[in-house]
Design a protein around this ligand. Sequence first.
Ligand code: HAS
Ligand code: CU
Length: 575
Amino acid sequence: MSDAIPPSSIPLGQPPVVAPPVDPATTVDLAPAKRVTFAFLSTGLIALLVGALLGPLQALNYGGIDLYGYVPFLRSYYQGLTLHGVLNALVFTTFFISGLLLYLPARELGMSPAMRWVWSAFAVMVAGLVIAGAGILSNTSTVLYTFYPPLQGHWSFYLGLALVVVASLMIAVEVLRMRAVWRARNPGLATPIVTYMSAVTFAMWILASLGIVVSVVFFLLPWSLGWRDGVDPLLARTLFWYTGHPIVYFWLLPAYVSWYALVPKQAGGELASDPLARLAFIMFLLFSTPVGFHHQFTDPGIPVAWKMVHSMLTMFVGIPSLLTAFTVAASLEIGARRRGGKGVIGWIGALPWKNASFTAQVLAMISFIFGGAGGIVNASFNLNMLVHNTAWIPGHFHLTIGTAVTLTFMGITFWLFPHLLAKPLYRPRMALWSAWTWFVGMMVFGLGMHWQGILGVPRRAHISNLPAAYAEAYMNASVPMAITSLSGAILLVAIFLYFTVIFGTVFSRARLAPSEVPEVPFAGTRQLRREGVIAMLDNLRVWFLFAAFLVLVAYGPSLYSMMANQQPVPGFRLW
Ligand code: HAS
Ligand code: CU
């Protein structure tokens, strides 16, 4: 590698392929869109705050320290774990993504969303959160975030979560509508990159959410209301994982939007390859959904051949992330060399490490190298037997959703809140510290949990409350258990620092002058024509049909036989 700036797909410094659209900031009043975005993001962050504060309790549990008795609204470890998983993995993410992937396209296209519709979506999502929250807090739905039957929750739990999903689909419809309007007005032009990525993410989510919608509407809700005597656990698990796997890309892709289309600008560079980014997103649309059996390798009743098909397709869905690693690293390198960075890896030092928003997101990327490698282990049919249902799995998903995604979202708030509120970021140095402590805390957590998993420590076990005879079985894991506990303390500091910055920013009386308000750091300033490969990639309808076909092949036969041979089981309450 030389020190020269690496070539990008379109020569640097050349005029754009065609003139970029008129700067939207000058034409459309985005103030209403900013308000609804802030509503989505801040509600999501409150869910994160409550959910994350329960996290250290879980980490300390692995070190044999039981603090559940001190939390007044919790009656058991499992109630705490349900609240933690639902608030962090399901509620925080859905609110945040709905706000972010609505606002970025609106800003990029210079279009105001249909405000009545998106405020209705917000109201439905809040109603869902309140209803599901009541189910969990009343201890009537301690079924964990995977809510496997025959564990039976209260109907409010299922109804609430269904409303959250429905609301996110309302946002999906709006983003696809905005894209369609823009395309009709600009027939010769390709969808601008951020809108393109957001539209693909939502198209994927529409296909992916089908499993959970069918499961809740036709099985879980009627069952919890007493209208059905039982549900078939295998069918319900399969429908759950039909959505439960691709939902992880519904979380990841908005982070990728930022890594591809915003972070390169923050690094002082640009997106290294626009077409490659689009290709990666189309691969996610195709391969995200037909892989859910990799969560069910140990489930009986699914032919091994189908498990193998899903294992192979899972390897396919790893490819766009590998593409992402190279494109994003190249984009960062362009920025670093423009900033004077030199050397084969010396350029890394020239990146803007003092910028909290940038640093949080690059640390998130680094965590994903380890999270992704663990994912490949999980997906390997034979290795999965070793790690399934052990502490390894929460280790994996705290590096992916808990760091790669969440730390990216935290980094985004460091510029987005000042942008939305026209207020300066409160204590930027503290913001930087919060990113580093979150990263270090999660890496330590990941180390402790993966290590325990290999030693056979189960996930979802109230370790700190085990009878002595059982506890002895895990004596050989005392070192990684101590490491996991330590991470809980580090993460508690990170939560405190991050939310001090957020609350400090939101409640600050200081105001930024219009010229000081940070702009959305769009990196892709080039407008591509809708022709050739780009036109092919822009034809989302065809790709969506391909994706649906692949899903039909991968799930059709198994789902058909499960539906035909249902063995319903009545509900259990173990709490
Ligand atoms: Fe996973 C279980 C396989 C990705 C989340 N996963 C889970 C669960 C969750 C989860 C929540 O095959 C637990 C569910 C439960 O409760 O039971 N996962 C994978 C695979 C991937 C993967 C193959 N997972 C994710 C992501 C998640 C997530 C993303 C959330 C956002 N996962 C599994 C399997 C299971 C599983 C099995 C079931 C296990 C079991 O037995 O229960 C892949 O998508 C990963 C591909 C990623 C890569 C990494 C690319 C690296 C990048 C960073 C580049 C860095 C740069 C920085 C540019 C190949 C893109 C440069 C830095 C400079 C300074 C220059
Ligand atoms: Cu998965």
